[in-house]
Design a protein around this ligand. Structure first.
Ligand SMILES: Cc1cc2nc3c(=O)[nH]c(=O)nc-3n(C[C@H](O)[C@H](O)[C@H](O)COP(=O)(O)O)c2cc1C
Length: 198
């Protein structure tokens, strides 16, 4: 049974404004992909809009440009190794969903692949067409069109982190494969031993 409950769009930006490292999911036709991104932030209130840095060279950017949308999934501590792994290889050479046995649900508005196992929340986002992004910048602007979060850690519009739910807490990249969760820092490994979500 899923613990995910709808989050109102007014609260959707709070899912990312404490700076979690996220998984950017994308799809176009039969192709699907996932990468890690440490750089994202809310930029507008209503409708909720976010900015996220997605390197122009990534396969993810190619799929987002083709489909006009993407997912932002917020991994918990149990997916730190996987997050590091999918951020260290390109989907051009490996199907990361198949390789890591990732199960995705289909986004309600844009049909983007969204991860819930091992994640605390997701946002489905529509790319805002922006000439500077297309030509020069890695920063992408997008409107959040749907969001959901695990009610054990996000309810009444805010995060609830405690010593009882460290496994469900978000991860924040410090560089070099080191992450901190809201209650402590840990090392995620080099990705070689990444496991599928339990
Ligand atoms: C922890 C972590 C954070 C990252 N953050 C970003 C980021 O904010 N923006 C970005 O463009 N790439 C970031 N990367 C690198 C991409 O995830 C990486 O280039 C990825 O292999 C691209 O995959 P793709 O070619 O399949 O799209 C990060 C990598 C790691 C491990």
């Amino acid at each position: 049974m899923s613990h995910f409950k709808e989050v109102t769009l007014a609260h959707a930006s709070r899912l990312i404004n404490h700076g979690p490292t996220v998984l950017v999911t994308s799809a176009h036709g039969k192709a699907r992909n996932v990468m890690a991104a440490a750089w994202s932030m809310p930029v507008e209130f209503t409708p909720p809009r976010i900015a996220i840095v997605i390197d122009k060279k990534t396969y993810t950017r190619e799929l987002i440009a083709a489909s006009g949308g993407f997912g932002v999934c917020i991994p918990c501590t149990t997916l730190a190794g996987l997050t590091h792994a999918v951020g260290s290889e390109s989907g051009r050479t490996v199907d990361k969903f198949a390789h890591y046995g990732l199960n995705a649900r289909t986004g309600p508005v844009l049909g983007m692949p969204l991860l819930e196992e091992g994640c605390a929340a997701w946002l489905e986002c529509r790319l805002i067409s922006e000439p500077h992004t297309e030509d020069a910048y890695d920063t992408c602007f997008a409107e959040v069109v749907a969001a959901a979060a695990d009610e054990r850690v996000f309810r009444q519009g805010r995060w609830h982190f405690s010593d009882d739910n460290t496994d469900l807490q978000t991860i924040h990249h410090l560089g070099g494969g080191n992450f901190v969760r809201p209650s402590g820092m840990f090392y995620a490994g080099d990705g070689a031993t990444a496991q599928r979500p339990a």
